[in-house]
Design a protein around this ligand. Structure first.
Ligand SMILES: Cc1cc2nc3c(=O)[nH]c(=O)nc-3n(C[C@H](O)[C@H](O)[C@H](O)COP(=O)(O)OP(=O)(O)OC[C@H]3O[C@@H](n4cnc5c(N)ncnc54)[C@H](O)[C@@H]3O)c2cc1C
Length: 367
């Protein structure tokens, strides 16, 4: 048995109906899925199931377009930009996760409003809540797909990452960027105008992200990991037993009939392979992050001593290790709020940060 499997066994959690209801909300079923075509899976964030479902919806004329988000390059910088994809190629171009926060309300909602036709919308949980609050768009939106979301980061972290990659490419101009592709935690890939392609482990970015450095402020206040306001939600499955599986999967949670119809269609059309699993299997794959994310109460309590006022709308029971983990996350978030603080964090020996991450993961794992 691997060390990771042993650690999982020791920190096993019980997912009671009450916990599932709190974290996920009402749901119909849970699944593991992947795009049937390897060409769709490559460059996808997980198993490419989200893209495969969008392709099926578009090809079957269930929707006229899909609101997606791309990692756009603007003046050598990576920014989250929204597009309405109306062709298979545009959907493929939008594969992958864009971890830098976009301006969904200011940029995506007007696109949805202006579009004539029916849409599928992919968004982060908070973005789908913003969509739900925006009256008058419900009729236009046939299906809402939420991405499981730990949190998003600010542009400073990706600017730091691309500046270093540009240096390694001897100053060539950045032309393409994928935050995370490939198996398990994956690789970051940057392309340059002289043909140079640089890949580095996603952990170069993920180490800071997982420690909540450069976290977007609103994420500190949010407890919605799985997308309460979605028809279908999609994420990774981080259980050790899937590490050696040659095909990476997307975990799916069906919330409504529209969500169930969307995956049934993708299956019928041969775009997606879907296997039903117990919801506990999906939650096992999020065993640390989902409880941490949901527990806004822990951050509200830890925030008091740090001068951060976080409203507690959850009223969850907070144990010492949850408060300690929340304190680390908030301290790290605060540390990167000023340019001087951010520079100091980026100068810190990565071995020290890795030890800190181990501590945070340890605290998150206690149940
Ligand atoms: C900020 C962020 C945080 C995440 N946190 C977690 C987490 O903690 N745990 C977890 O299991 N999974 C998380 N995910 C989801 C995960 O990275 C994958 O997106 C998900 O597993 C779907 O994979 P896929 O291969 O099926 O999707 P793909 O087939 O690659 O399609 C992804 C779709 O999502 C759209 N998209 C990408 N980024 C954004 C964005 N920022 N806003 C709106 N739409 C977007 C793309 O345009 C594309 O249509 C996160 C994603 C993001 C963007």
């Amino acid at each position: 048995m691997s060390l990771a499997s042993m650690a999982e066994r020791l920190t096993r959690r019980t997912w009671t109906d009450e916990i599932v209801d709190a974290y996920v909300g009402p749901f119909v079923s849970a699944h593991l899925a992947h795009a049937v075509a390897a060409s769709v899976r490559e460059d996808a964030a997980s198993g490419g199931a989200v893209t495969a479902i969008l392709v099926a919806l578009l090809d079957a004329d269930r929707v006229d377009g899909a609101l997606v988000c791309v990692s756009a390059i603007e003046d050598g910088r990576v920014r989250a930009r929204y597009r309405i994809a109306t062709t298979r190629n545009e959907l493929l171009a939008a594969r992958g996760s864009t971890y830098v926060l976009g301006a969904f309300v200011a940029e995506a909602l007007p696109l949805i409003e202006a579009f004539e036709g029916r849409l599928a919308v992919v968004g982060l949980p908070c973005e789908l809540t913003a969509l739900a609050r925006h009256t008058g768009l419900a009729e236009k939106v046939a299906v809402r797909i939420a991405l499981f979301c730990g949190h998003a980061t600010t542009s400073e972290l990706v600017d730091h990452t691309t500046a270093r990659l540009t240096q390694r490419a001897n100053g060539a101009k950045l032309t393409s960027f994928r935050f995370r592709i490939g198996h398990w935690r994956g690789m970051t890939r940057a392309g340059f105008d002289d043909g140079t392609v640089i890949e580095q482990p996603f952990s170069a970015y993920g180490l800071y992200q997982n420690l909540y450095y450069f976290a977007a402020k609103k994420c500190m206040f949010c407890g919605d990991h799985f997308g309460y306001d979605s028809d279908l939600s999609a994420g990774d499955i981080w259980s050790a037993k899937y590490k050696s599986d040659p095909i990476k999967h997307t975990a799916l949670i069906v919330k409504t009939q529209a969500g169930a119809d969307a995956i049934a269609l993708a299956e019928q059309r041969g775009e997606c392979e879907v296997v039903r699993v117990d919801i506990g299997e999906v939650l096992d794959g999020q065993r640390r992050i989902a409880p941490f994310h949901y527990n806004v109460s822990a951050r509200a309590q830890a925030g008091v001593g740090l001068g951060l006022k976080i409203p507690d709308r959850v009223g969850a029971h907070v144990r010492w290790h949850e408060r300690a983990a929340a304190r680390i996350a908030l301290q790290d978030f605060l540390a990167t709020q000023s340019p001087e603080g951010a520079a100091a964090v980026l100068r810190t020996d990565r071995r020290v940060l890795k030890l800190k991450l181990l501590l945070l993961k340890g605290l998150e794992s206690l149940s």
